[in-house]
Design a protein around this ligand. Structure first.
Ligand code: SAM
Length: 257
């Protein structure tokens, strides 16, 4: 899936808030390299650097457009291209920080187990993932894809991400004698100017695979049909704005010192 740093940046402030909330729960780091996994345009990397200015920080992402935006933003840091499904975490790492990336990797619990094994004593794996597949934003992507005009383009393809495992799964799989695990949900209510802003928001993330699956001639039609449903599902409040409800799951796993 191709990403666009410019589209993603449209709601950067709102998208960065969970990264700030996640970072607030990361304890002080031991010595060792730190990584921002799925660093995107460097917004989460910038936060990590501000909190841990002396750290040996590297951003990893699979998308060149995102990496180029990150390098422009933080020219003194290292940003490397890598696919997290196959990435080998260096042993003795102090931090693996991953804001809004592992929801795209269905086997992520196994990857978390591997990351935890690579932590130095006192090191932390900190993860945030959207848990929003049952929100109207995402249900309506599917509903629009099932309309007769668009269904043939999606036939035989599963675009919907796999739902996240239960919080208990993360606690049970990741906790051990030397690893403490904290899991929680936060539901954000973003006040956006109108329903079209919700469409613009998801165009930077969850809607991309649906648009990518369609022939270019059908994309505008799909977008218009989806936007119409979104306007009904997210009515304007008295002040004209809409509320985007957005549940997110957080995991912080720390190795004892
Ligand atoms: C939603 S953005 C998150 C950006 C940033 N971390 C933040 O806090 O806003 C997700 C990023 O993960 C990257 N990504 C998606 N799948 C990936 C994979 N398998 N390996 C590495 N990066 C991936 C995308 O290119 C994108 O930049």
């Amino acid at each position: 899936m191709a990403w666009s740093a410019a589209q993603y940046a449209k709601f950067e402030d709102e998208r960065t808030r969970p990264a700030r909330d996640l970072l607030a729960q990361v304890p002080d780091l031991p010595a060792g390299p730190a990584f921002d996994l799925g660093c995107g345009p460097g917004n989460s990397t910038e936060l990590i650097l501000a909190r841990f200015p002396g750290s040996l920080l590297t951003g990893i992402d699979s998308d060149e457009d995102m990496l180029s935006a990150a390098r422009t933003r933080l020219p003194d840091l290292r940003f490397e291209r890598g696919d997290l499904a196959a990435w080998t975490p260096p042993a003795g790492s102090a931090l693996f920080f991953a804001n809004a990336v592992f929801q795209w990797l269905p086997e992520h619990v196994t990857l978390f187990e591997r990351l935890i094994l690579a932590l130095a004593p006192g090191g932390t794996l900190a993860v945030q993932m959207p848990d929003n597949l049952d929100e109207p934003t995402h249900l309506l992507m599917e509903e629009t894809a099932e309309e007769p005009a668009f269904a043939p383009a999606f036939a035989g393809r599963t675009i919907r991400r796999r739902s996240l495992p239960s919080p208990a799964t993360y606690v049970e799989r990741l906790t051990s004698k030397e690893v403490r695990v904290d899991v929680w949900h936060t539901v954000y209510y973003h006040q956006l100017v109108n329903a079209n802003a919700i469409v613009e928001w998801v165009k930077g993330t969850g809607l991309r695979p649906y648009l990518d699956a369609l022939p270019t001639t059908q994309r505008a039609g799909y977008l218009a049909a989806y936007a119409e449903k979104i306007r009904k599902a997210y009515p304007a409040m008295k002040n004209g704005r809409v509320l985007l409800r957005f549940p997110r799951l957080f995991i912080v796993a720390t190795r004892d010192r």
